[in-house]
Design a protein around this ligand. Structure first.
Ligand code: SF4
Ligand code: SF4
Length: 367
């Protein structure tokens, strides 16, 4: 892979996803974390994270998203929130809620936490705990939502939708309103990391996808001023791909639990790609100079049909990880695109998945 020399055109990143740990008590079958999870012993220590937060702010990052795994599995979460706040980063906690207590939520609020994204796996305990593979999780999430709102912190509900829960989308919307959320992010499952094992069990059908779009459109109209709904539809049923990460190395970066810096959460699935580590290099050096960030920056790397396409500044050729997974070439046009030479093959897969009458059993996330 040859790097594109576009450093002069590169703006600073706006957001940093800080994947504090891969540890997580849940076992979601749609988990997009890699098959091989990073072990606790290899995690970046507190002092390094504090330094990286300072480097991020100096680089121009505005938002830090604490994520995982379950970031509450880190004992230093409050300390890191305070450190981010001290360098004026806007702090967002992306959590399953499991591992948080009311006391810890109070401490986080006092440390300057500014926003919480709480994931739910369903709309009632039986459904949600079945999907999460964790008994009692849903009820804890409902508590966490209340604690968040009691501090008057803005709350976003994250709901991954898939074949087995997408028919309950209206209830998900209603629950988000009941919990006092300001925003609901409904993302249709993507098949990265562990999730790829469950494609036949989780891929929504074309009919389900169409009905979900109808429900979202109606709810957006009805809930104007009450709830903002972000909806990421099933890309297998789309005509064009999403602008994955808003374009490779354009607006955000991910630091994994060991300190490696990746252009996107799933980028380690791209064979042959190597990632620099904040233990060895500064964040600024990695953002501007590293091969991993430059290889798919700009447009020079693109192959046809992307290279001459008038949508290339809209979707940047789609998802590099999906191109890798489906074509073996991370530089190829994302096969989700109707202009891709491999789109017909994707449509055959969609027809096959649609025809699955009884989905296979879920393969839960292993630890
Ligand atoms: S998707 Fe589920 S199992 Fe994976 S990190 Fe998130 S909460 Fe944990
Ligand atoms: S050909 Fe490439 S740039 Fe054009 S729409 Fe498809 S993925 Fe996007």
């Amino acid at each position: 892979m040859e790097a594109t020399d576009s450093v002069a055109d590169t703006n600073p990143p706006m957001a940093m996803l800080a994947e504090l740990t891969h540890r997580c008590p849940l076992a979601c079958p749609y988990c997009s974390n890699p098959l091989e999870l990073k072990q606790q012993a290899s995690e970046l220590p507190t002092g390094d994270w504090v330094r990286v937060l300072g480097e991020a702010a100096a680089l121009g990052v505005l938002h830090v998203h604490f994520s995982g795994g379950e970031p509450a599995s880190r004992r230093d979460l409050v300390e890191l929130t305070k450190a981010a706040n001290n360098v004026d980063l806007y702090t967002n906690l992306i959590t399953s809620g499991v591992g948080l207590t009311e006391r810890r939520m109070n401490e986080l609020a006092q440390a300057g936490l500014e926003h919480v994204q709480l994931s739910i796996q369903g709309t009632d305990a039986a459904e949600a705990d079945h999907i999460a593979g964790y008994k009692g999780g849903h009820s804890r999430k409902m508590d966490v939502a209340r604690w968040v709102r009691s501090h008057d912190l803005p709350l976003t509900i994250n709901a991954v939708c898939h074949r087995q829960n997408i028919d309950h989308l209206q209830r998900t919307i209603d629950l988000s309103v009941e919990l006092g959320a300001h925003r609901l992010e409904v993302a249709t499952v993507q098949f990265h990391g562990w999730a790829a094992k469950n494609r036949a069990a989780l891929m929504p059908t074309k009919l389900q996808d169409a009905e979900a779009r109808r429900i979202v459109d109606a709810a957006r109209e009805q809930l104007k001023g009450i709830l903002v709904i972000d909806y990421v539809p099933a890309d297998y049923h789309a005509t064009y791909p999403k602008a994955c990460m808003g374009g490779w190395g354009r607006i955000g970066l991910n630091v994994d639990p060991t300190g490696r810096v990746l252009p996107c959460h799933a980028a380690e699935s791209i064979e042959g790609m190597e990632f620099d580590n904040v233990r060895d290099k500064s964040l600024a050096d990695i953002w501007y100079q590293s091969k991993a960030f430059n290889v798919f920056r700009g447009f020079d790397w693109m192959e046809e049909p992307c290279r001459s396409c008038d949508r290339k500044a809209i979707d940047f050729g789609g998802c590099r990880c999906q191109a890798m997974a489906m074509t073996g070439n991370a530089g190829a046009t994302d096969p989700v695109c109707s202009k891709s030479p491999l789109h017909a093959k994707l449509l055959d897969t969609v027809i096959e998945l649609d025809a699955v009458s009884s989905p296979p059993p879920l393969v839960y996330r292993g630890r």
